[in-house]
Design a protein around this ligand. Structure first.
Ligand code: SF4
Length: 490
């Protein structure tokens, strides 16, 4: 029996589908936290009190029987031709059934049309005829008060939204216009599942949005490439074409086949120079803005689909930890840190304002894409600290800039620009020696403490502190290296 997610995988890539059905299910750990029961909140919004509630592994006849007895069916399971679906809300009306999908986001678009079309297709083949289609989604402007209000949290829409988040196409019309007969696809899926493993064929789906889970397995040879391989060229549409035509190294890139970004220029020059490129004027210009004492700041945070605390909106984040390393002009270093649980927002802000000091620059890695945004969110939720937080904001510099703007490149970076990559060039063992190695691992660990699960919270706290502290320590190492590079090239 297949689910809609299997069909989506198959249509994306038969090999991805094959791997999925033949391997043990991957442990799914959501990036976004959803503690509240979404269906329960949606039920309150719809004011449904009498209903049939479907369960996992329900017999397929159960929902058909329930149709005869109930006006509302919630999470009912239907099947047709080896495809099993779960229908969030189905409501009998005088003109057929209204279906309510629940979208865990702010603006449902028609990019997931297959999901909706398959649901309606299975219902149609069970003689459940749809009168109208609605999507319940979050109101992006909803701000939580003390209690969560499902009536204000959800919007019920009969239209999809466009890229500017404006209501555009009618949901039912769009679904019916795109709906197909999926019988052949389901048959093909069975054949693929029973047949030999399909061959890996590289398409833009392998890396679109997120890198495919099976990428390293499919293209194992890429992990073996040399540091200066043409395949490390970033944002390059034609790197595989160049590779196929016999171009192996960055220094040999075909000028007519590159986009000509500053990062690409730095990569090619680094290879020509034997491994390192430094735009000394640009780098010295960037360093000139930095003032001692320099505070290196890093936040860890969790993202909540449904706002858990006062003043938060859907998909707001909550910073639960920071580490601050302060590099003084005489070379001495001070360290401050904070980790909280539950609604620790105010305490974190107060401690940070106190720890970070009033003078000097503040550096974060990817400050423009993370720490500065976190500060703006704090200001919106706690305007009483606006002056102090704006002061921190305007002192902040982004350590990623010298790399993203092509001022510095080392072929050992192999086309990646993360702090961990840079630190691994300077000290291979630094992150490897930690129990927590990357950001989402820190979040998953923190959730265990925050949920008060039966775990050794002191040990996890220690690991969280070590991980965050390593990030700010790594920034000092990278910053010091940049200073050295600027000097070497005077
Ligand atoms: S990496 Fe590409 S070829 Fe391999 S499973 Fe993923 S999408 Fe398919």
């Amino acid at each position: 029996m297949y689910h809609i997610s299997d069909v989506k995988k198959y249509l994306k890539c038969p090999l991805m589908f094959y791997n999925h059905v033949h391997n043990d299910a991957e442990l799914f750990r959501p990036y976004v936290r959803l503690d509240e029961k979404l269906t329960e909140l949606a039920r309150e919004k719809l004011q449904v009190t009498e209903y049939f509630l479907g369960q996992k592994n329900d017999d397929k006849e159960l929902a058909l029987e329930a149709l005869k007895k109930y006006d509302w069916l919630i999470k009912a399971r239907f099947e047709y031709e080896n495809l099993r679906i779960k229908v969030p809300f189905l409501h009998r009306t005088d003109f057929g059934y209204d279906i309510y999908f629940v979208y865990c986001g702010n603006y449902p678009k028609d990019d997931d049309i297959l999901f909706y079309a398959l649901t309606i297709w299975v219902l149609k083949n069970n003689h459940v005829y749809i009168n109208n289609c609605y999507i319940m989604h979050f109101d992006a402007n909803y701000v939580r008060k003390n209690e969560l209000d499902p009536h204000a949290l959800f919007i019920i829409s009969d239209c999809f939204y466009n890229d500017s988040n404006k209501k555009q196409k009618n949901i039912k019309d769009t679904i019916y216009a795109k709906m197909r007969n999926y019988t052949m696809i389901l048959k093909e899926m069975e054949e693929v599942e029973k047949g030999d493993k399909p061959k890996a064929v590289r398409t833009n789906k392998c890396t679109k949005r997120n890198k495919c889970l099976y990428y390293d397995e499919c293209f194992d040879e890429e992990s073996q490439i040399e540091d200066n391989s043409i395949l490390t060229l970033v944002t390059s549409q034609y790197k595989y074409q160049m590779y196929e035509s016999g171009i192996r190294y960055l220094k040999d890139a075909n000028i007519d086949m590159i986009e000509g970004t500053r990062q690409q220029y730095a990569q090619i020059q680094a290879d020509i120079n034997g491994g390192v490129f430094v735009d000394k004027h640009a780098l010295k210009g960037w360093l000139k803005n930095i003032r001692y004492p320099i505070a290196f700041l890093d936040f860890e945070w969790d993202t909540y689909a449904i706002p858990p605390y006062y003043g938060m909106k859907p998909y707001d984040v909550l910073c639960f930890e920071y580490s601050i390393h302060i590099l003084n002009e005489d070379g001495s270093i001070d360290h401050h840190e904070y980790v909280g649980t539950k609604d620790c927002r105010q305490k974190l802000i107060e401690n940070m304002i106190n720890d970070i000091g009033k003078h000097g620059s503040i550096i974060a890695y990817n400050a423009n894409g993370a720490e500065k945004i976190r500060l703006q969110e704090m200001i919106a939720q706690f305007p009483q600290y606006a002056n102090e937080l704006w002061h921190i904001y305007y002192r902040m510099e982004d350590l990623q800039q010298p790399f993203m703007l092509g001022m510095v490149y080392n072929t050992k970076m192999r086309g990646t620009y993360s702090l961990k990559t840079l630190m691994s060039i300077l000290d291979e063992k630094a992150y490897k020696s930690l129990d927590i190695h990357q950001g989402m691992e820190a979040v998953f660990n923190w959730r265990q403490i925050d949920n008060e699960e039966d775990i050794n919270s002191e040990e996890i706290m220690l690991h969280l502190k070590q991980y965050c502290a390593m990030d700010t320590f790594a920034m000092i190492e990278v910053f010091t290296k940049l200073q050295e590079l600027a000097k070497d090239f005077i």
